[in-house]
Design a protein around this ligand. Sequence first.
Ligand SMILES: Nc1ncnc2c1ncn2[C@@H]1O[C@H](COP(=O)(O)OP(=O)(O)OP(=O)(O)O)[C@@H](O)[C@H]1O
Ligand SMILES: [Mg+2]
Length: 359
Amino acid sequence: MSYREKAQARAEALLSRGQGYVLAVESSCDETAAAVVDLNQRVYSNVVASSAKVFEAYGGVVPEIASRKHMELLPHVVEKALCDAGLTLDDIDCVAGTMGPGLVGALLCGLSYAKALAFGRDLPFIGVNHMEGHIAANQLEGPMDYPHICLTVSGGHTQLLYAQDPVIFYQMGQTVDDAAGEAFDKAARALDLPYPGGPNLERLAREGDENAYAFTRPKLKRPMDFSFSGIKTAVINLLHTAEQRGEKINRADVAASFQKAVVGMLLHNAFAACREMDVHTLAICGGVAANGYLQNRAAAEAGALGIKLYLPSRAMCTDNAAMIGAAAVNRIKNRQFMGLSTNAVPGLKLQYMQDALHI
Ligand SMILES: Nc1ncnc2c1ncn2[C@@H]1O[C@H](COP(=O)(O)OP(=O)(O)OP(=O)(O)O)[C@@H](O)[C@H]1O
Ligand SMILES: [Mg+2]
């Protein structure tokens, strides 16, 4: 029997049992991660080795170095994920790996590792969209209501989606320039904060006055879209002008005002989308969802409007492999296993499937 036939038989057995374990691998940026989840999206292990410290000296991720770190860390991270779950490879029923979007070299490391494991063990394979992973992170906290509005806010993406079910999304808005996380990172750099900028800017903002500066919300052609580059440029200009004039500026006030403006824009559109679609449930996900100020404001506004709010735990907001496993489970239940010719796609869009193996 060929690999394909054996994997297909294993996939059929998994679907008819309705339970089993998925080993998921994530390597799209600077986190090397592996996790084991079951078909009920229960997490058995979730191991994340971040190389963020390595990139502090460079002020950002260096793609070639990120790939090398993944190569070094992958075997250890996968072994630890199995060990933490109290399982061996013999217990695994399906392997999943992030196929995009992300840095192509970084993606290839984890994806090839996952495909090799699947091939070596005759296991079915699923290539996962990283953003679908961020969205699925909320499912790890418990069952979700559908349809709902989902705001994805990460380092490379900012999207407002209507989630019809766990795998069908309609885009209602997106950023026309920087992603929210990117804006946080760039503003943090202008404020001389170390990489990664987002969490450091949040820390500084706690000591500042959020009403010290008014960064206005730009007018956009499509009302549900976002734009952050104007706010980021306003921060940079404010700091440069003060420096040139030799004026002292309270950096914490700038950080707090910037954070208020960005979060205000995110939540304004998210709640407007709920109103527009007459949906009373909002989910927020992605690295920026780890921001405590955003979490508090979202909870307060959702409470006042009678909207049910889903937010993943902080560890599940930033890149991890449990969320990739959760997204893979959605695909398994949809019988969307994939072949081993699945390649890394750096600019992968949501709902993009290739080499589908419909069983
Ligand atoms: N507490 C925080 N406040 C604001 N931003 C944060 C916080 N924690 C993380 N971030 C931001 O989240 C981003 C990282 O999130 P994530 O890991 O989801 O992004 P990514 O994987 O690089 O991008 P993508 O998921 O779009 O491919 C960074 O831009 C980081 O600054
Ligand atoms: Mg991410």
